[in-house]
Structure formats: C-alpha cells, structure tokens
Ligand binder design. Sequence first.
Ligand SMILES: O=c1ccn([C@H]2C[C@H](O)[C@@H](COP(=O)(O)OP(=O)(O)OP(=O)(O)O)O2)c(=O)[nH]1
Ligand SMILES: [Mg+2]
Length: 156
Amino acid sequence: MTAEPATAELGIVALPHADGLALPSYETAGSAGMDLRAAVPEDRPLLLLPGKRALVPTGLIMEIPRGYEGQVRPRSGLAFKNGITCLNTPGTIDSDYRGEVKVLLVNLGDEDFIVTRGMRIAQMVFARVDQMQVQPRNEAGQTVRGAGGFGSTGTA
Ligand SMILES: O=c1ccn([C@H]2C[C@H](O)[C@@H](COP(=O)(O)OP(=O)(O)OP(=O)(O)O)O2)c(=O)[nH]1
Ligand SMILES: [Mg+2]
C-alpha cells in the first residue's frame, strides 16, 4: 500500500545540530504521526533519571500551515517499556511558532533512561484547528446534561 498524496505542506528547517539526522517521516503508509528524533550531541547523550524531566531538542523549525496544529505525542513503546512519556502531552505546536520544536520528556519509570542522538523519542500528529470568536453571554443555553460531569452518567 502506498500513501495517499498529502494535501498540506509542512516546511522544515533543519538546524546545524540536526545535521545528519533523518527528517521526520511516516514509518508506514497509514501512520498518523511522524516520529521526532533527538538532536542531542553524539558524545553527550541525555541522562533522564527516574522522576525527572528534560526538554529534548529536535533541531527542527517547522512551518505548519495556518489552520493546523502540531501535536507532540508520546511513543507507546517507550512508555510501555521504559516509562518515558511527554509531560505536557499532547504538546501544542502553533502554526506561527518559528522556534525549535522541543519534546518535554519525563521518566515515570524506575530506571535511568539515556536519550541518544537520533533516537525516535516522540511523534507529531497534525490536526486541523479552528479559532473561535469569543461571544460573552449572560447565561448558557439549557441541555439535558446540564452541569452534570465528572462521572455523572455512571460507569456501567
Ligand atoms: O511540546 C512542546 C510544546 C510547545 N512547544 C513550543 C511550540 C509552541 O508553539 C510554543 C508554545 O507552546 P504552548 O502554548 O503550549 O506553551 P505556553 O506555555 O503557553 O507558551 P507561550 O506563552 O509561548 O504560548 O512552544 C514545543 O516546542 N514543544
Ligand atoms: Mg501558549
């Protein structure tokens, strides 16, 4: 199976510290996310102690089309095997952001974790977003749910 041609275009600027690293790409034709690689120095891998967090550079600046956002999400394999996840998941990359995309990893496991150069540490999913016009009102329209929430409908 080959991928359907993508309709939207993602501009990527690779910074010098991403030299030699593969650009993000979809691992399979139907992948929702493209994996992000750690642009840490080859000779200075990042040690993530249990309970600690770190902002991991990707070495990439992205030009996301207006009307889309980038979501930085954890990889399930790292989460399951090592307890490594994204602290602020899903991280939000705004379409007008022109800084380096970084991944806020946290080690929720009980062992040290070493992030090496080129390691695929997270994935980015692009989603359409709409902006809303804020409309102040005196009261909200009635619904069956009303103010019920936080388990109001039960579990069974
Ligand atoms: O995981 C993340 C989350 C955010 N960002 C960058 C891109 C995003 O566009 C910007 C701002 O993110 P966010 O709005 O979540 O953070 P904030 O704390 O509200 O910062 P700001 O005041 O800059 O909006 O930081 C990342 O590189 N990685
Ligand atoms: Mg913000």
